[in-house]
Design a protein around this ligand. Structure first.
Ligand SMILES: [Zn+2]
Length: 64
């Protein structure tokens, strides 16, 4: 059984910008080289928590 990657969140410690990245096999899609908000090239990456993902889905659904 293939291992499923957890969703990742990339975030900027400088300005608080963050973005969740959907797992696409072993490649991280859409990972920016630097923060689009403040230009900080030192973006942090962490796995999104399950709770966070669930909340995001609920928020998306509620918007429609
Ligand atoms: Zn930033």
């Amino acid at each position: 059984m293939p291992t499923k990657l957890p969703p990742l969140t990339t975030f900027c410690r400088q300005c608080g910008w963050k973005k969740s990245l959907p797992p696409m096999g072993d490649v991280i899609m859409g990972l920016p080289e630097r923060c689009p908000q403040c230009g900080n090239p030192d973006l942090q990456l962490k796995p999104s928590s399950l709770l966070e993902s669930a909340l995001r889905v609920l928020t998306e659904v509620a918007k429609k």
